[in-house]
Design a protein. Structure first.
Length: 245
């Protein structure tokens, strides 16, 4: 595993030989569905044993009911023999910014993000935060384990493995990876969704929910809106190609 240099968050390059990769779409606080997805992956590996890795595509927080449990699970050590890489989503980045400066990022509590449900999972009443005051930062930091904060701060922004690029949102079409900003990779929708990456890569991404996984030219979108639908998609990629597990 190589880490490429650049500003902002880390960017990872996985060199051959490549493992079987299982990509998991946006979790958004859906802890039960996350555990079920990992169980499906372990069962699939047992049927055809191979070196395997789980890549989580970001957005672990907000909207769903159990953000704290999701982050606790992802930030701990696992004993099942599966390698794991968790990428950064725009919601994860916003939550970290809120933790660092709640008053400056108070709009994270609004309906666009759904951060109030994240705070509730830590036992924080968002109305107390909305009231402001000098005690807000202490209230937030006392409730959120440092391990969760360190995990959010450590998340890389993308992983390249052979011809596949795993990323939360997508890329600016036709722009070299080293010239992409973190904001591009965790926030973009158009024109990426319409025209694809414009690079000799297949982008596996979340961020934009759809009723079913989208196999489009140059990209595979696997955010199926778990917080609203209960469906958390897993994409399996090996030497034979990519398919939904």
């Amino acid at each position: 595993m190589k880490t490429t240099a650049g500003r902002g968050r880390r960017r990872l390059l996985l060199e051959p030989p490549l493992p079987t990769i299982y990509a998991i779409g946006d979790v958004h606080g859906c802890f039960r569905q996350l555990l079920d997805a990992e169980t499906r992956i372990r069962e699939d590996v047992k049927r055809a044993p191979s070196e395997a890795m789980i890549v989580y595509l970001g957005d672990y927080v907000d909207r769903g009911p159990e953000t704290a449990a999701v982050l606790d699970h992802l930030s701990k050590e696992h004993q099942d023999g599966l390698a794991r890489i968790a990428l950064c989503g725009n919601h994860d980045d916003a939550f970290l910014n809120f933790i660092r400066d709640p008053l400056a990022w108070i709009y994270w509590l609004g309906p666009d993000f759904g951060g109030a449900r994240t705070l509730a999972s830590y036992g924080i009443d968002f109305e107390v935060v909305l009231e402001g005051g000098s005690g807000v930062l202490k209230t937030v930091r006392d409730a959120i384990p440092q391990r969760h904060v360190d995990f959010l701060a450590s998340l890389p922004v993308c992983l390249q493995a052979g011809r596949y690029l795993f990323v939360h949102a997508g890329v600016r079409p036709g722009v070299a990876l080293e010239a992409q900003t973190d904001e591009d990779l965790i926030w973009i929708r158009e024109p990426f969704l319409s025209v694809g990456p414009g690079l000799p890569l297949i982008a596996v991404h979340g961020h934009t929910p759809s009723a079913a996984p989208e196999f489009a030219p140059g990209r595979i979108g696997i955010d199926t809106g778990c917080f609203a639908t209960g469906r958390l998609t897993v994409l399996k990629i090996d030497a034979s190609g990519a398919r939904v597990l």
